[in-house]
Design a protein. Structure first.
Length: 261
């Protein structure tokens, strides 16, 4: 099991508590090492303070980069949701250009497909949702082939293009939901840098013989909170950054409101 898989095996709240505990533990280890009797002078403390500041600056830089990557992936998932809504609506309108019974069949399948997209946001079962979507794609494509054969004109091409866009965007959305995550190496480096930075900070406090204070707990919670936000953004089906399905729900309501077969 890789480090990313290990994190995914835990709920977000447990991963956050574990991160905070790791930070406090590393700080405590560093404090114990630095608090041992030594002949440390002010010059050593000063140099160590500069090193600690540089290490924490590097950690903040990596946190900023990782947060930016997670936010970019979240924005991509939100954009592809809007693109899918537009594609389904366009395909639904273009289906009205062909004669019955293909018009009603395509629109019925698009309504079922929209219901399936709304359902996956509730059940969070990506495998089942993808299987149902692919089955609906197959049915849609069968009717699209018939439409293209019966309408070897621009109208037929428009309908084919509309359905093809629905299928293509589904593939993009499924890929974003399943596999586009922050690389495991970055997660591992982030935790290693966090641990090393906290050990160094604790050692610095130990050398200066500064006793732990409430600020240490605040620092641990702050770092754990930032990592929690990154982890939540990187898990599209969990936490408090799940995408709102309002555009898809409004599309489904519009389909019913048109009264079209």
């Amino acid at each position: 099991m890789g480090f990313r898989a290990f994190l995914n095996s835990m709920p977000l709240w447990l991963a956050s508590l574990g991160t905070a505990a790791m930070i406090l533990l590393c700080w405590g280890i560093g404090f114990r090492l630095g608090n041992r009797p030594s002949a440390s002078g002010d010059r050593k403390e000063s140099l160590e303070g500069e090193v600690v500041a540089a290490a924490l600056g590097m950690l903040a830089f990596v946190l900023a980069i990782t947060f930016g990557m997670a936010e970019a992936r979240y924005d991509a998932r939100r954009q592809v949701l809007f693109d899918e809504v537009v594609a389904i609506r366009t395909a639904y309108l273009r289906a009205g250009l062909v004669a019955e019974p293909d018009r009603s069949a395509v629109r019925r399948l698009l309504r079922e497909y929209t219901d399936a997209r709304l359902e996956v946001a509730t059940t969070l079962d990506i495998a089942v949702a993808s299987a149902r979507a692919e089955a609906l794609h197959d049915s849609l494509w069968v009717h699209t082939v018939v439409i293209a054969g019966a309408n070897p004109t621009d109208i037929g091409a428009m309908v084919v293009e509309g359905v093809n866009d629905v299928v293509t965007i589904h593939v993009r959305r499924a890929a974003l939901a399943r596999g586009v995550r922050i690389p495991e190496a970055i997660w591992l480096a982030l935790y290693v840098l966090t641990a090393l930075g906290m050990v160094m900070l604790g050692h610095h406090f130990g050398v200066k013989d500064d006793r732990p204070s409430f600020g240490v707990l605040g620092l641990a919670v702050s770092f754990a909170l930032v990592i929690l936000l990154i982890d939540a953004l990187d898990r599209p089906q969990e936490g408090f950054f799940t995408l709102s399905q309002r555009p898809m729900a409004e599309l489904r309501a519009w389909m019913d409101a048109t009264g079209a077969p």
